[in-house]
Write a protein that binds this ligand. Sequence first.
Ligand code: ZN
Ligand code: ZN
Length: 342
Amino acid sequence: MKAMVMTGIRDLRKDREPLELRDLPKPAPREGEVLLRIAACGVCHTEIDEIEGRTPPPRLPVILGHQVVGRVEESGRGAGRYKQGERLGVAWIYSACGRCRFCLSGRENLCPDFQATGRDADGGYAEFMTVNEAFAFPVPETFSDVEAAPLLCAGAIGFRSLNLTGLHDGQRLGLTGFGASGHLVLLMVKHRFPKATVFVFARAEKERQFARELGAAWAGDTTDSSPEKLDAVIDTTPVWTPVVEAMRNLAAGGRLVINAIRKEGVDKDSLLKLDYPDHLWMEKEIKSVANVTRADVIEVLKLAVEIPIKPEVEPYPLEEANQALLDIKERRIRGAKVLRIQ
Ligand SMILES: [Zn+2]
Ligand SMILES: [Zn+2]
């Protein structure tokens, strides 16, 4: 099978083709697993964090990609939940132990043995992959393959972030960064909290324009002041300046939810601008988002059907995965980037 393979840690600014196209043997499903013939795989900023070594895969080479849509090709021994040809999705959660206190309390995303698709196990930048059937999700008919892919990470993590804000209808939400996840969160907010107002902070005018088209009440630059103080902010940027700015824009008792697996170091000194009375006092909170649970994925798919959300996607052929990653890194973003595989 064809796969785009990560073979080592690379600096994307210098190495424009970090992933290598290889022909690999088709994997065989082990006990409890299904083999999927992959149709589409979303491209996520987390892959850049893996390639650049901020969340390095424990073994190399590895196949990246954790927003996978495919059809059951074959089931391993003991796997009988899905029929051949059934369309399934795989998300960032590849497995969790099922026994620890986190798994037993509905927080499998915090499991110490959490395994991530496309980092701890081979993912979807390929023609086939295997996964335990308990960690695969039926994909509703509403979506095409490429439309479904971004719901599995950008959508699921956005859904989790939105829940973690504790937002109520009528409140004011800020979104700093407006890529794949931000645009899906905005659509979810408009459905679940029709009286809420959304303020978007983004560096590129193209992103701000997109936010206004989707119904943001206001869109400004990352360092602008929002016209009103915000009850919650979700940060989806890879850097630190928006964290400081978000804290400044929060209302008393407001909460910042940081949706980023890692932050880059380039502007870390902006944290020195944190001023206690301006940025932290008045019971402002910061909470990070870690991973997703299976329930997040199942519920976001349900919600996306109900709204309905049709993610805006830009498809690339598998062989152009490097280009898709560069387009994310260099913020040529509108909607979600997805590899169309077969
Ligand atoms: Zn992702
Ligand atoms: Zn566990």
